[in-house]
Write a protein that binds this ligand. Structure first.
Ligand code: HEM
Length: 236
């Protein structure tokens, strides 16, 4: 049986042929000059950042089977991952290292875009969407940091959230506190005066659901803009 005459194939590629401009084959605009497709045009940094996001999603989903965000269990679950669960340590390390790699690739991608002056019209809005992607990537790293519930996690988040209470407007001296003493961003994140069970649960929900969903929506918006903004910017 010919694979290409199959209904599933036809439904994906319409007339049965994967054309060069199909979004499933590459993210670039429908028509693009050959020199823009050279590796040195992008160094594939955006693509690698997206690949890391996919690795993180899959490895994170696997880790969810073995982790419970409860102060009595979280650290024990980490030990089980390291010593009991088959490939648990590898699963955790893949997740950890791809998170580091994603931050590096996003920063390098941003540097490439800046160097090629691709932040200029007509791409200025996509630069703004990109900044949103960067912020969400960093927030994902930050919220993930508390989850192992070891000393490093506990004190890093204590310091991080204390710093947040000094932020203008949303900090502890901002207008939010008019409603009540504890209504600054730090209290909102921790759900208490210090890092504890409420904070762990909030970070868990943010890390597993809210932030990844927001990042995927943002990234697909970013990709849609890349196709609409025409061509890829090369150095002038
Ligand atoms: C999750 C993070 C991000 C992902 C997955 C991502 C992905 C991509 C991809 C795949 C491209 C196509 C060309 C290339 O690979 O360079 C691209 C282009 C672009 N990105 Fe990102 N990006 C991210 C973050 C950012 C950030 C932080 C900025 C800047 C603040 C940014 C600004 C842009 C702009 C302006 C373009 C168009 C470049 C051109 O047309 O030459 N992106 N992005």
């Amino acid at each position: 049986m010919n694979l290409k005459s199959n209904t599933i194939w036809q439904s994906v590629f319409r007339d049965g042929k994967p054309k060069g401009y199909n979004a499933l084959l590459h993210l670039h605009p429908r028509t693009i000059s050959r020199d823009k497709l050279k590796f040195t045009s992008t160094f594939c940094m955006g693509g690698l950042a997206f690949f890391m996001l996919l690795v993180l999603t899959i490895s994170g989903a696997l880790l969810m089977f073995f982790y419970v965000p409860d102060v009595g269990r979280a650290y024990r679950d980490m030990l089980d991952l390291a010593y009991v669960i088959p490939f648990g340590r590898a699963m955790r390390n893949i997740h950890r290292w791809s998170a580091h790699a994603m931050v590096i690739f996003v920063v390098l991608h941003m540097a490439r875009v800046f160097y090629h002056k691709a932040y200029r019209p007509p791409r200025e809005f996509n630069w703004v969407i990109g900044v949103g992607c960067l912020v969400l990537t960093l927030l994902l790293s930050f919220t993930g940091y508390l989850l192992p519930w070891d000393q490093l996690a506990y004190w890093a988040i204590t310091v991080g959230t204390n710093m947040m209470s000094y932020t203008p407007v949303i900090g502890s001296k901002g207008p939010l506190t008019i409603v009540g003493q504890d209504n600054d961003v730090r209290h909102l994140l921790l759900g208490a005066e210090s890092v504890g069970p409420n904070g762990l649960l909030r970070f868990y929900v943010l890390h597993m659901v809210v932030l990844p969903l927001a990042l995927f929506i943002m990234v697909f918006f970013h990709f849609w803009r890349i196709r609409k903004d025409n061509q890829i910017k090369r150095p002038l």
